[in-house]
Design a protein around this ligand. Structure first.
Ligand code: SF4
Length: 359
């Protein structure tokens, strides 16, 4: 194949014939998911934001708890930040929760507490990009807009046997245009969900289940035997490594936490006291002494790591029995650690260690 023929293979692929078999399969095989049972605009919006970067199975219990406590836009706008972050604790990417609330406040102020049905107006809300706007507009309001996520990109790249970089903006734009050409009237949301569902349960990364796929007769990747190698993506840049020594400071059966700055990574969440670098026990004692914290028994905890999109944290940990000092820290009881303070999931390993030390 000449190089220019390898480009724009998706643009040239006729996708119209996939609509009927795809929707037929979706009607038979769609998973029962809590947000599908009652697809109000609010529930669709919350679920789509939760599902960004997070697996369906992980989202389910969070979603149910979230909408039970905050059943509508007005309740979301009014909840305290502390409680909001507690409801989100463990899901990660906490800016999503904050943006949900910022958007909810705008909706209460300007839209009578309702989501607009227009794609363009949805795009103006905090935390809503082209994918979420397309998903809400099509699923909740049946508007003819595409919702292109990673699953959809993979399915389309395989259907067209495209060797283009699916991470390139041009590919995503072509994908959205191609979908919008063929969205079936009255079933725009179902079509988008069907395409995502196919990617999630049939056209899997690395191991497509082509024999059970309703689109196999129309799929160039299957026909030419290249489906498994697709999609192609340009390699991601390496993550920057940061090293920390996390300290579970305990005094009078309480554990020390501090709040991270409101802006930036894990903004506004709680964390354990930590020191930069990977330190030994003696260095930890010295640093605590310099900070005016009396140090008693000290014991090593298992190392841990956490991956963010662009950063990797490598963490050592110590349990430290403390005397006086550390008045600027928040010393909390076990039930407060579990129920009141939203500790960033990057510290999950040390949260478990702290809970096991507190009675
Ligand atoms: Fe994906 Fe295979 Fe179906 Fe093609 S036939 S869409 S590669 S599962």
């Amino acid at each position: 194949m000449m190089v220019y023929e390898k480009l724009n293979t998706l643009a040239r692929k006729a996708l119209g014939p996939i609509a009927a078999p795809l929707l037929g399969w979706y009607d038979r095989a769609a998973r029962v998911l809590p947000w599908r049972e009652e697809p109000t605009p609010y529930r669709v919006w919350v679920s789509e934001i939760m599902l960004q970067q997070t697996r369906v199975e992980a989202v389910k219990p969070y979603f149910e708890r979230f909408v039970a406590r905050l059943p509508n836009v007005a309740a979301l706008a009014a909840v305290s930040e502390e409680e909001l972050l507690k409801l989100w604790e463990g899901l990660g990417y906490y800016s999503r929760a904050r943006n949900l609330q910022r958007a909810a406040k705008i909706l209460v102020e300007n839209y009578e507490g309702k989501l607009p049905s227009s794609y363009r107006e949805l795009l103006l809300l905090p935390g809503i990009g082209p994918y979420s706007a397309g998903a809400v507009a099509s699923i909740a309001f049946n508007r003819p807009k595409a919702a292109v996520d990673g699953n959809v990109l993979r399915v389309l790249a395989r259907l067209a046997a495209s060797e283009e970089d699916v991470g390139a903006p041009g590919f995503k734009k072509t994908a959205a245009e191609k979908i919008e050409e063929i969205l079936p009237e009255g079933r725009c949301g179902d079509f988008n969900q069907a395409l995502m569902e196919l990617g999630a349960v049939v056209c899997l990364p690395g191991r497509p289940r082509c024999l059970g796929c309703p689109l196999a007769p129309l799929c160039d990747g299957y026909r030419t035997g290249v489906a498994q190698e697709l999609p192609l993506r340009a390699p991601k840049p390496l993550r920057r490594v940061e090293e920390k020594t996390v300290l579970v400071l305990i005094r009078d059966n309480r554990c020390a936490l501090r709040k991270r700055p409101a802006e930036g990574l894990l903004g506004g969440l709680w964390e354990f006291f930590w020191l930069p670098g990977i330190l030994g026990a003696e260095e930890v004692k010295e640093r605590l002494f310099e900070k005016g914290i009396e140090c008693g028994e000290i014991a090593g905890l298992s190392p841990s790591k956490h991956l963010f999109t662009h950063i990797r944290w490598n963490m050592a940990g110590f349990f430290v029995q403390c005397g006086a000092g550390g008045e600027e820290l928040t010393w909390c009881k076990r039930e407060e650690l579990e129920e009141k303070y939203a500790v960033a999931s990057a510290f999950r390993a040390y949260l478990q260690a702290a809970a096991s030390y507190l009675k």
